[in-house]
Design a protein around this ligand. Structure first.
Ligand SMILES: NC(=O)C1=CN([C@@H]2O[C@H](COP(=O)(O)OP(=O)(O)OC[C@H]3O[C@@H](n4cnc5c(N)ncnc54)[C@H](O)[C@@H]3O)[C@@H](O)[C@H]2O)C=CC1
Ligand SMILES: O=C(O)/C=C/C=C(\O)C(=O)O
Length: 504
């Protein structure tokens, strides 16, 4: 993961210290709130009100889609490829120039540690524009000389056209990273976008509007509408007939609803959805590296990463030692304010999400789990007590069909189970409706290739986790997704391929 240096704001807890902001929709290059309806955004760190967010009405969503359509056929379409990509490099540079503003906004919305957001979220927000500008400039083409008798002298080549107005429905866990992962390639391919950020994390998407204006992206190319899902901006946007394609990251059930909306008009969808990702830890692993990687994959971002590990299978000879070491690591993790350099874990995103995670903490016990560590709500000091904190939690002793072991929790928790042989570990890892990611910890190279080949998932990390090369295909198998994005794979979704056949 690329690292970008930044001067980190020194405010004690940014989400508490900053005044309550109005966060507006961004339509056709201007900040608007025509409906006059606002909803509250509270700090996950303290519970304090930090923003009033303009909820887009059906009419505002319509205006955003119309602005995107006009821009698609207007100045955006008339730019040459180098002119378009230069603008996108400009967006990346401007995000980096305003690094601290993005950092402050992202941390205020999510409560995640500054150390995490400054090393992953914001740098990736910039990198997502740069990488796809590079991709579209360098993508190779193919030419076929038709070999049939009537095709003598015919040449075929394919050209890529933008797919049109793209709706991007985004989640709250890595808001800028996952939103720009959609907007970067969409714009690089010549599309225009209407973004619906999560209602929990509206600020960085709104701030990106300022960047678009500053670098000279034509009005209407990038639009943002705030609101919720059903009967709100999410539904208005995905059901809008002026939207040509929909890209979504979030819960699998929501993805299914969006697929139904996309069926009207037979519009393409790209879906990146949930996971219940396994880690397979073999006795021949580098033990310390496996512990460090598993601690990150279970607890980074307070467990709110779709690629995170919630099921850990450990080969029996090292099972006890592994459980002990993971317990020590979890208990050493400091929960605290985002700007405290010692903070290893922030709060969950919202009170509602904490309710869901705590319901699994209770269910695990009802299902007969041994609670190795955690399982509840920590005592937090004054100023943080109103936040949505939970303890990092480890369980053992559950059967493979327990709800805690089969359902995505999206919190800082995992279940650890022993296994006796490789075939058993693979079968148990694959015994899920999800197929997003897996990690395998072994120093046996032959085993690493063999196991990686048999795991049913979109990405398998061997001796690592969340090590991303943005040129590679990214997406989920089974109920974890439809389609792949990343590098040239993103072009399959964001462009329409047209074959030109020329008979000389
Ligand atoms: N990357 C991932 O795999 C993620 C998974 N999740 C999972 O989803 C759960 C709930 O998190 P949410 O953010 O509430 O996920 P969600 O899937 O409900 O929401 C994601 C986005 O979809 C929008 N949305 C919801 N219903 C919609 C509808 N009917 N039509 C159009 N848009 C709609 C939301 O407003 C948000 O912008 C988490 O507990 C976690 O299990 C959440 C975030 C990311
Ligand atoms: O690196 C990426 O492109 C994506 C990472 C994480 C997610 O997709 C997620 O947590 O939703």
């Amino acid at each position: 993961m690329q690292k970008v240096a930044s001067s980190v704001p020194t405010a004690e807890i940014p989400s508490i210290e900053t005044p309550v902001r109005d966060v507006l929709n961004f339509i056709d290059g201007a900040y608007v709130s025509a409906s006059g309806r606002f909803f509250d955004k509270r700090s996950p760190v303290s519970g304090a009100l930090i923003a009033r967010v303009a909820e887009a009405s059906r009419d505002e969503v319509d205006a955003a889609v119309k602005a995107a359509r006009a821009a698609l056929h207007g100045p955006w379409a008339s730019l040459t490829l180098p002119e378009r990509t230069d603008l996108l490099y400009g967006v990346a540079d401007e995000i980096n120039r305003r690094f601290d503003d993005f950092l402050e906004a992202e941390v205020a919305d999510t409560g995640k540690p500054l150390s995490l957001a400054s090393h992953i979220d914001i740098p990736r927000g910039a990198a997502n524009f740069k990488i796809f500008a590079d991709v579209v400039k360098n993508v190779p083409g193919e030419v076929f000389e038709t070999p049939t008798p009537d095709g003598q002298g015919a040449l075929n080549y394919a050209v890529r056209a933008p797919v049109g107005v793209v709706a991007a429905i985004c989640p709250w866990n890595l808001p800028l990273l996952l939103m720009t992962w959609k907007v970067g390639p969409a714009l690089a391919c010549g599309n225009t976008v209407v973004v619906k950020p999560s209602e929990e994390t509206p600020q960085t998407a709104a701030l990106l509007g300022e960047v678009m204006n500053a670098v000279g992206i034509p009005k209407g190319v990038y639009n943002v509408v705030h609101g919720f899902g059903p009967d709100s901006a999410g539904e208005f946007l995905t059901k809008h007939p002026g939207v040509d394609a929909i890209t979504f990251t979030g819960e699998t059930r929501t993805g299914a609803v969006i697929m139904k909306a996309a069926a009207d008009g037979a519009r393409p969808v790209s879906l990146e959805m949930g996971g219940k990702n396994p880690a397979l830890v073999f006795a021949d692993c580098d033990f310390d590296k496996a512990i460090e990687g598993t601690l990150r994959s279970c607890f980074a971002n307070c467990g709110q990463v779709c690629l995170g590990t919630e099921r850990v299978y450990v080969e029996r000879p090292i099972f006890e030692a592994f459980v002990d070491a993971l317990k020590k690591g979890a208990e050493a993790m400091k929960l605290g304010a985002p700007d405290d350099p010692e903070t290893g874990m922030g709060p969950l995103i919202s009170e509602e999400h904490r309710g869901k995670v705590l319901s699994y903490y209770r269910k695990a016990v009802e299902e007969g789990a041994t609670v190795v560590t955690g399982g509840g709500v920590p005592d937090m000091p004054a100023g943080l007590a109103g936040g949505t904190w939970v303890q990092p939690t480890i369980w053992t002793g559950l059967p493979d069909d327990a709800a805690t072991v089969t359902e995505e929790i999206f919190g800082p928790c995992c279940h650890i189970a022993p296994f006796d042989d490789e075939a058993e570990a693979i079968a148990r890892a694959n015994a899920t409706g999800y197929g997003l990611a897996a990690s395998v910890w072994t120093t046996n190279l032959t085993r690493a290739h063999r196991v990686a080949g048999r795991i049913e998932a979109g990405i398998v990390w061997v001796n690592s986790w969340f090590l991303r090369d943005l040129r590679t295909p990214f997406g989920g198998a089974k109920q974890s997704g439809i389609g792949r994005e990343g590098g040239t794979y993103s072009l399959e979704f964001y462009t329409e391929l047209k074959n030109v056949c020329i008979k000389l």
